[in-house]
Design a protein around this ligand. Sequence first.
Ligand SMILES: Nc1nc2c(c(=O)[nH]1)N[C@H]1C(S)=C(S)[C@@H](COP(=O)(O)O)O[C@H]1N2
Ligand SMILES: [Mo]
Length: 432
Amino acid sequence: MARESGRDAPNGNNFNTSRRRFLGSSGLAAIGAVIGGATPLSRNGGGIPQAHAQAAPAASPPAKGPQYLKYPGKHEGLVVLGEKPLVAETPESLLDDDTTPIEKFYIRNNGQIPEEAKDPDAWKITIDGEVNNKLEITLGELKSKYRAVTRRMVLECGGNGRAGFSPPARGNQWNNGGAGCAEWTGVPLADLLKKAGLKPSAKYTAHYAADLHLSGDPNKPSLSRGVRLEKAMDPNTMIVWAMNGKPLPNIHGGPVRLVVPGWSGSASQKWLTRITIRDREHDGPGMTEFSYRTPIKPMVPGGKADPANFRILESMPVRSIITNPANGAKFAAGTKELKLRGASWAGDLTVKQVDISTDFGASWQRATLEKPKNKYDWQRWTATLKLPSDGYFEIWARATDSKGAMQPHQAGFWNPQGYGGNAMHRIAVLVG
Ligand SMILES: Nc1nc2c(c(=O)[nH]1)N[C@H]1C(S)=C(S)[C@@H](COP(=O)(O)O)O[C@H]1N2
Ligand SMILES: [Mo]
């Protein structure tokens, strides 16, 4: 599908015309030095951090430094994965806050970024389709007539971890930084759907927004995803207007967006204008063929895919990241102990356990895992590592979800657009 590949082209193709607009100059040498190549997994090397590597194996692609984001209000350590549309990820070491600050939150667009709304409270949202009463409500009414709630919840791109696939999958090459955890304030979508009154035929949502398709064609949505009614009625699925207590920034879908926690971020429509209730699975851009769909029967990596063998991606898989130290960190000779910090989450589930290894997975040590603040919050973890000597160490982290599924060593179950890549996070550190 031509449009699919256009929208989700490998990042190499996205660095074209106006890269100047979003790319920082090299003023970030300090951060660059700390995170090394910013690509912890080497494609051909079986998941080896490149941070302290002396020479790349002959088969490796030439090393290319990360391109840093320059965008008002955003941290200059974010790494640009694509420019048209603008996509930027947060290096794992910048996800060290309990609540991800807005400036560090990843950015994922499929189309053009709309102009900032002049009068946010006049913004209109329509709920129609398989409902008894079509609902038209302004953001001002939503704020004044419904009971607002605040929850800290993870938003994660469906393609997070894609860079771990071999052969490379199509789309933005996320490491683990297509995720963040913010405090969202808004109203449960279920409250509006109850108000509109669902018909017995109601099965699925279809989300529409104000962002223009990259082509500029006003009749083509840039992205229109939806979810099963059960997920739409979950009290944690919200229409939100505030992020970390501040009005939702335009770049994150302000003045109003959906947050569908635990599922692919693409369901969390930004610049939300309309939700149509359907009597069947939605078929908008982002719902068909290989978009946000994974194989029913596992397929040959890089092989020919049959769309009939694919189903929609729903809950995201378990993942953990080491947020401190950063990949490539150096410590003084004689350092005997390292304090580690990280985060973990598991889509619709919770995380039961996080383990750490410094011997390439031969032995594992349990991390101390915190409880989530509320459902869909991430779980922070800490661990103290004893080092046997100076030298080069890799630190691996893996999480296990509440149903016992553990992160694999390698991104598996290959699919053309690279969903479900949740290989364990690995960093390299040098002592002495
Ligand atoms: N209207 C609209 N909503 C959208 C998108 C988009 O391109 N347009 N991108 C989706 C995807 S793929 C993700 S991962 C999240 C990213 O949200 P963020 O940019 O606030 O981090 O928004 C989702 N909502
Ligand atoms: Mo996404």
